[in-house]
Structure formats: structure tokens, C-alpha cells
Ligand binder design. Structure first.
Ligand SMILES: Cc1cc2nc3c(=O)[nH]c(=O)nc-3n(C[C@H](O)[C@H](O)[C@H](O)COP(=O)(O)OP(=O)(O)OC[C@H]3O[C@@H](n4cnc5c(N)ncnc54)[C@H](O)[C@@H]3O)c2cc1C
Length: 452
């Protein structure tokens, strides 16, 4: 079959790679001048370096993403060190290992800044939280994560130390916005995958830039397999006749005929493209309901080390947002030469995103100085601010079930993308799992055509 994949982010890349592995003829249409979507590098001539558009971390249960890396030959570039560090204002640290004794201590309420009776309350609230995640009360999708924490009596100190950060880390959004069901579902997914693989949940990171990790290998596979990759090809509609997909129309009016199409554009680009698809109103409802969440990342090149102890450190007590610092040279196994390169990430950065580059850099440097005594006299050699107003999406209360399945009512048409229905939320793994499912729908269609 001739399969058209619309969108060259992770979901589209994985779809195109796996369809071509399965022997299909593939055309990949990407709106921009390059592939990668939300996971890209941004070369910086000023410091002769290749930072990313934002640090991307992996979780140990990311099986479809790992399969994609195997397919494009870059699996070796992801490491799981098994620990991260919490950093307190003033410089104190606490290493957090995933699972093992530290995990057990955390389960018993032994968290940084949680003392006295709060430990007991935390242990009890955490036990209720786990129970309710697995046996979900019917009201879970009616309340925010914030309200859930209140209902189960999670102490403020434990929220500040761990749980608010976990919600933002898992859902991408603030506790007062995200439905409680989203972190609950993700905890269950993480636990199931950890049990299935018999390894504790852990966090990993790429040891190379994102273009090398996700795109270079895919482009080589595409060249070898004869995949036709077209840049600056903006699809305006998916074309349907007699209940079957027939191809796509581009914004310049040109048509690309196809036997099958995987539509892998982000949720905020889908409206208008599926007008010919029966049931598109429901899919567009997802586009109206899943609202974008901003992330601000800053690639900071400094004149000295700030003395990080770990590859990644979570700053304890952020102001309702998740603040993280990454030691990029350590992560990439490089010695600092002309400068020390740290990357900061602020998730749910609603307040930060509207500020100027200079303001954002100052705010990040003030933050580093509060947490890292060695940063006191540090000078900025170069600052590279990356604003992504549409990084991830928020799933508010009442939205359970809104994310559409990969299978559509049209034969030969499947949807993919982190926003379609998966075991995950808005993640790289969600994008790749959606691709795996979309490819399965298309291959099933290919088999049915073959038998007909
Ligand atoms: C700063 C940042 C940090 C993140 N951190 C993490 C993390 O730590 N861990 C994690 O798992 N996830 C993280 N994410 C989320 C993750 O990057 C996304 O969930 C994932 O990359 C989405 O992939 P996708 O293919 O679904 O969408 P996208 O990457 O958005 O790809 C969609 C593609 O479709 C193209 N397109 C759109 N419209 C059209 C059209 N009409 N015609 C043709 N092409 C079109 C777009 O140009 C784009 O290339 C982060 C995201 C950001 C931005």
C-alpha cells in the first residue's frame, strides 16, 4: 500500500519507520522545514554547541519509545542512572533513589521537610492514594489533583516535598488544573510496567542531543527504505470517499493519493483536517478540551561550575511549578571546556512565558543562586531561552475518555500523536505507543485488502 504519514514528530516518525519496516511504501509529510516536532535540537553558533528545545527525560516503562530507538539504531544513547537529587534552598541535597530502601522510606512518609506527625499523615495519605489509584472512586475525574490531595489528607509539607512535583511531572500541569484521574492512571501504568519488567520505576536521559537521538537514525532508515520525506508540506485535509481514505490535500491545493493515512499532528492542529471523517465532531471536542501548557527552558552557559552533585536535580519548594536543573555536560559525558552548561526547565510556566529573555535569564540565575552557593558569583557567558507555549496539554476534570482512539470510522485512516488515547499522558512514550497502535490498525487494513 502507499501510506501517507502526516506530521514528522515522534508519533509520525515512529509510524513511518514501522510502516516501512513492515514493507509498505511510505510518504512522510511535515509542515516545517525539518523533522522532530516537539523534540528537536537547536544548534547555537555563539557557543559552538547543540542544546535541545528542552530537556526530555525518559521513564523506565517507555517500551514503545525504546522500540523506536532500537529501530533507528540509537538505543545505546539513553542511560538510566537510578537516582536523581532533591536540592534545598541554601544548597542542601538529598539523593532520591528509585525503589529500594529510599523508596520504602518515602512510602513511610520520610520525605525532605516532612517532620513529626506529618510523616504519619503522609504515610496514611500515600496508602490511600495508591489504593484509590488502583480502585478508582467514581468522583476521581470530577476533581482536580489539588482537591484529591485535600480529600485524602495529604499534608502540605509532603505535597511541597514530592506530590505537587509528581503531578506536574506526570501530567505536565498544576495540581489545581489537572484532573485527579490523570496522575492516578499514570501511577497505575508505571506500577504495572515496573511489575511486568520486575524493575523499579526509574528516570533516564539521552546522552546525545535530540536530533542525533530521534532524527538522524530515522533519516538514514528512510533513505535506505526509500521513504519519501517532504518538508514544508502542510496538509489541510484528509480526503475520504465511500468510507475509505483516498489521500490528503495540501494547503497549496495539491493532492497526494494514498491507500492509507496516519494523521500524526498535535491536538492543536487537527481541527479542520478531518471534516470528511464521520464522528470528527467528537475528535474536535478533544481539540477544544485539551488545553496547551507552556514550558520554558533555558540553556545557560556559565563561567564556572555551580557544583551540582547529580545529573539532574529537582529544586525543592518551587512556586507551584516544577523546576529542574540539568548538568548537560555530565549527561553527555563531556568535560567543560570554555564554559559550564546547565539547562533549566520550568513546567507549567504560565507566569514565566510572557517575560523577556533578559528577565527569564535573571529569574533563573536568581533561582540557581538560591539553591547553589557556588553560583553566587557566576557570570552568564551565554543564555538561550526556549519558550514553548504549546509543550504539553492539560487534561482537566471531566475529560476522561475524551482522547480519541487511533482507529477511526474511515477505512485506512488512523490517528496518532501524544493526545490520542494511550496508557500515558502527553509524553514521548504516549506518542510512540499511539504510533504502534496506529500502524497496527493500518497493517490490519492491509491484510484485509489482501484477503478481499
Ligand atoms: C520542552 C518540552 C519538554 C518535554 N519534556 C518531556 C519529557 O521530559 N518526557 C516526555 O516523555 N515528554 C516530554 N515532552 C512531551 C513530548 O515532547 C511530546 O509529548 C511528544 O514529542 C509529542 O510528539 P507528537 O509526535 O505527538 O507531536 P509533535 O512532536 O508536536 O509532532 C507533530 C508534527 O506534526 C507537524 N504538523 C502539524 N500540523 C501539520 C500539518 N497540517 N501538515 C503537516 N505536518 C503538520 C508538526 O510540525 C510536528 O512536526 C516535552 C515537550 C516539550 C515541548
Amino acid at each position: 500500500m502507499h501510506c501517507v504519514v502526516v506530521g514528522g514528530g515522534l508519533a509520525g516518525l515512529a509510524s513511518a519507520v514501522w510502516l516501512s519496516e513492515a514493507g509498505q511504501r511510505v510518504t512522510l509529510l511535515e509542515r516545517r522545514g525539518s523533522l522532530g516536532g516537539r523534540t528537536i535540537s537547536m544548534p547555537l553558533a555563539a557557543v559552538d554547541d547543540i542544546p535541545d528545545n528542552g530537556q526530555h527525560v525518559f521513564a523506565s516503562g517507555y517500551t514503545d519509545l525504546m522500540r523506536y530507538l532500537e529501530s533507528v539504531g540509537t538505543r545505546e544513547h539513553v542511560e538510566f542512572p537510578g537516582h536523581m537529587t532533591f536540592r534545598m534552598p541554601g544548597g542542601g541535597t538529598r539523593r532520591s533513589a528509585f525503589g529500594g530502601l529510599t523508596g520504602l522510606r518515602a512510602a513511610l512518609g520520610d520525605l525532605p521537610g516532612v517532620t513529626g506527625l506529618d510523616r504519619l499523615r503522609t504515610a496514611r495519605a500515600q496508602a490511600t492514594l495508591i489504593r484509590q489509584a488502583f480502585r478508582q472512586p467514581e468522583w476521581l475525574d470530577k476533581v482536580t489533583a489539588d482537591e484529591w490531595f485535600r480529600r485524602i489528607g495529604m499534608p502540605q509539607s509532603a505535597r511541597k516535598a514530592l506530590w505537587d512535583g509528581i503531578v506536574i511531572g506526570l501530567t505536565g500541569d498544576k495540581t489545581e488544573i489537572s484532573s485527579a484521574k490523570v496522575p492516578a492512571d499514570l501511577l497505575v501504568t508505571g506500577a504495572r510496567r515496573a511489575l511486568a519488567s520486575r524493575t523499579p520505576v526509574s528516570i533516564g536521559f539521552p546522552t546525545v542531543d535530540l536530533d542525533t537521538l530521534f532524527i538522524a537514525g530515522a533519516e538514514k532508515r528512510f533513505a535506505d527504505a526509500g521513504v519519501d520525506v517532504r518538508h514544508r508540506a502542510v496538509v489541510s485535509s484528509i480526503d475520504v470517499a465511500d468510507g475509505k481514505v483516498t489521500g490528503v490535500t495540501l494547503s497549496d491545493g495539491a493532492k497526494v493519493e494514498a491507500d492509507a493515512v496516519i494523521c500524526a499532528v498535535p491536538v492543536w492542529n487537527v481541527k479542520g483536517m478531518l471534516d470528511q471523517v464521520p464522528g470528527h465532531e467528537r475528535i474536535y471536542e478533544a481539540a477544544d478540551t485539551l488545553t496547551p501548557v507552556p514550558i520554558v527552558s533555558v540553556n545557560l552557559y556559565l563561567d564556572r561550575s555551580i557544583g551540582m552533585e547529580d545529573w539532574g536535580e529537582i529544586l525543592y519548594g518551587g512556586e507551584g511549578v516544577l523546576e529542574q536543573v540539568w548538568d548537560r555536560q555530565r549527561m553527555h559525558g563531556r568535560d567543560p571546556k570554555d564554559n559550564w552548561f546547565y539547562s533549566t526547565t520550568v513546567s507549567a510556566a504560565y507566569d514565566l512565558i510572557g517575560k523577556t529573555n533578559a528577565e527569564i535569564t535573571d529569574i533563573q540565575m536568581d533561582m540557581l543562586r538560591r539553591y547553589y552557593p557556588q553560583a553566587a558569583g557566576a557570570q552568564v557567558v551565554h543564555s538561550h531561552v526556549v519558550r514553548m507555549p504549546r509543550s504539553t496539554f492539560a487534561q482537566r476534570p471531566g475529560t476522561a475518555g475524551i482522547r480519541p482512539d487511533q482507529r477511526t470510522a474511515v477505512e485506512g485512516l488512523a490517528l496518532a500523536g501524544d493526545w490520542t488515547r494511550t496508557d500515558w499522558t502527553t509524553t514521548m512514550e504516549g506518542a510512540c505507543q499511539s504510533a504502534a497502535r496506529a500502524v497496527e490498525v493500518i497493517l490490519e487494513y492491509a491484510r484485509s485488502r489482501h484477503h478481499a
